[in-house]
Design a protein around this ligand. Structure first.
Ligand SMILES: [Mg+2]
Length: 191
């Protein structure tokens, strides 16, 4: 599909109505779970296991079922790098927005508690919050490639496929140099 035929254009301006790109710099979208919020640690604690990978398929499904309708997403601790990552992003882009997927089958409740979490944990607050699964729809705006920082490969793939710049970052494995170095490379390639 050619970009001009893209149906996303229909609601594009709606999506971005509150976001002001500073000096035409890209908008940086930050993922929550696995980046700003220690979802995997909280999930393991909730399931009372050392690591979520210790759960078998049926235990995993039961734990996810137990989360549905609960305040779980409002109670997750911040990752070790949450505050610093936000500071780095603001220094680089002048601000940030949140782009986070809801839990399957718990969309409305999950979005509510994610907004509570953002309100309680993130300072300064994001320009805009999107709790949506189709992340690639936000990859470009008015010809500018936006940046996504996310831990999941399929989100990275979708973002790049729709023309954006994606940085894969896993808070439980990576150092913040992954992001500072990527920001530096993006700036160098634009100049
Ligand atoms: Mg994530």
């Amino acid at each position: 599909m050619a970009p001009s035929d893209c149906p996303f254009k229909i609601f594009w301006n709606e999506n971005f109505k509150h976001i002001v790109s500073v000096d035409n710099r890209p908008i940086v979208f930050l993922d929550m779970d696995g980046v700003l919020a220690d979802f995997f640690g909280a999930f393991s604690n909730f399931a009372k296991v050392n690591h979520w990978k210790d759960l078998g398929p049926s235990e995993l499904a039961q734990t996810l079922d137990a989360i549905i309708g609960s305040d779980f997403f409002g109670t997750i601790p911040k990752t070790w790098c949450c505050d610093e990552l936000i500071k780095m992003t603001i220094d680089y882009a002048g601000g940030y927005s949140i782009l986070s997927s809801p839990l399957d089958g718990d969309e409305e409740n999950c979005a509510h508690w994610k907004r509570v979490w953002i309100n309680n944990n993130l300072s300064p607050p994001p320009s805009e919050i999107f709790i949506e699964r189709s992340k690639g729809d936000y990859a470009m705006h008015k010809g500018t490639k936006n940046i996504l920082i996310d831990d999941r490969p399929h989100n990275i793939y979708a973002w790049e496929k729709q023309g954006g710049i994606a940085i894969r970052f896993q808070a439980d494995q990576d150092k913040l140099e992954v992001i500072s170095s990527a920001f530096g490379q993006i700036t160098d390639s634009v100049i």
